[in-house]
Design a protein around this ligand. Structure first.
Ligand code: ADP
Ligand code: NA
Length: 340
């Protein structure tokens, strides 16, 4: 049994894209062999903004299928759907009562997502980081492999853990627990997280919510579409730089070379050593070929699972049972500590 427990999840709020794969799902796989790993489909997070129920269900299955196709093994990892373990909601309510308004109001992602329209977004969107803290701490997770975009939320998770440990110090001790009840979770130091950018604008991240269709490579795009999107990707007129010249100040070029390097399991310098001085007319078809080679087999397996979801339904049901066993143990202790 591993001592470090990893928790991470993806929202079923759109089709999965290359950023989700390279920045999250692919990083989950090797952790299975070094950590106790819990990977979730966070559907309760998805509904903080409106989701068509049929789409929500389809995207939930799509994420489960992607987890399996990318190499997550239900024997090594707990794979489940958040709404099926109701303790997430229960702990997040307690955390709503631990977290301070001022802390939540400082969350920049809420400000970005709510924009000028903050009067009319859901209360759930505001409370989202408290549910995320519950996801992590329900399993007393010690490591969370999420992107840079989640750093502030992870900091809030640490603050909630510390305040709970402090506010209930006496009860924690009286209930027979030694030291802190919740761990103060660290950000995962498993290599720098890859940031995949929009193919149309190197200053924006590739995202499920991008309106422009050509800017995002989806995990289930077919070969022709992947090639077309890469061909039309925005680039500067110059050829690829040499290794010495480097990619500084060339966001779009940096993105495409970075994607190539990640998919090929090579360093950016190695890719520049091979392609430096060549034009985009050479590099883009090579990138398209590599992307298809890596993504097509996963897309095929995902399609197979989605056509007959029996296997992923079984995996999610079994995973929810195993997750609930851990979650229920935490909650029995929490209820006693809080005085319920
Ligand atoms: P999205 O931003 O597409 O809605 P989520 O918020 O569900 O995706 O994020 C799921 C995971 O994918 C997170 O760990 C997040 O950091 C990662 N991720 C999302 N977009 C990218 C990207 N463009 N590059 C790298 N990782 C990303
Ligand atoms: Na594991």
């Amino acid at each position: 049994a591993f001592t470090d427990r990893v928790f991470s999840g993806i929202k079923p709020s759109g089709d999965l894209h290359l950023g989700n794969y390279l920045g999250a799902i692919r990083r989950f796989v090797p952790l299975q062999d070094t950590h106790q790993t819990i990977y979730c489909v966070v559907d309760m997070h998805a509904i903080t903004v409106w989701q068509n129920p049929a789409d929500l269900k389809r995207w939930t299955y799509e994420i489960a299928a992607a987890y399996i196709a990318a190499g997550l093994d239900p024997k090594k990892s707990i794979i489940f759907n958040q709404s099926q373990v109701i303790e997430h909601a229960e702990l997040s309510w307690i955390f709503n009562c631990v977290a301070r308004m001022g802390w939540m109001e400082r969350m920049t992602q809420f400000k970005d997502k709510a924009g000028a329209n903050s009067e009319n977004v859901s209360l759930g969107l505001f409370a989202y980081p408290s549910l995320m803290a519950a996801d992590i701490l329900l399993y007393k997770s010690t490591a969370v492999p999420v992107g840079e975009d989640q750093r502030q939320h992870l900091e809030l998770t640490r603050d909630i853990a510390k305040k709970f440990n402090h506010d209930f110090k006496k009860q924690i001790k009286a209930n027979g627990h030694r030291g802190d009840f919740f761990p103060v979770t660290e950000t995962m130091a498993a290599g720098p997280a890859m940031r995949v950018k929009s193919l149309k604008d190197g200053s924006k991240k590739m995202s499920k919510s991008d309106a422009s269709d050509l800017s995002t490579i989806y995990m289930m795009d077919d070969a022709d579409l992947i090639a077309k999107k890469i061909k039309r990707a925005t680039t500067d007129a110059d050829a690829l730089p040499s290794e010495e010249a480097g990619l500084a100040g060339r966001a779009e070029a940096e993105n495409l070379v970075g994607i190539y390097a990640a998919l090929a399991n090579r360093t950016v310098d190695e890719v520049l050593a091979e392609f430096g001085g060549q034009g985009w007319g050479v590099f883009k078809p090579a990138l398209a070929e590599l992307a298809v080679e890596k993504l097509a087999p996963m897309a095929d397996e995902m399609r197979r699972h989605l056509e007959d979801p029996t296997e992923i339904e079984n995996i999610l049901r079994d995973g929810a049972g195993r997750a609930r066993a851990i979650a229920e143990e935490t909650m029995q202790a929490v209820r006693a500590i809080v005085g319920f």
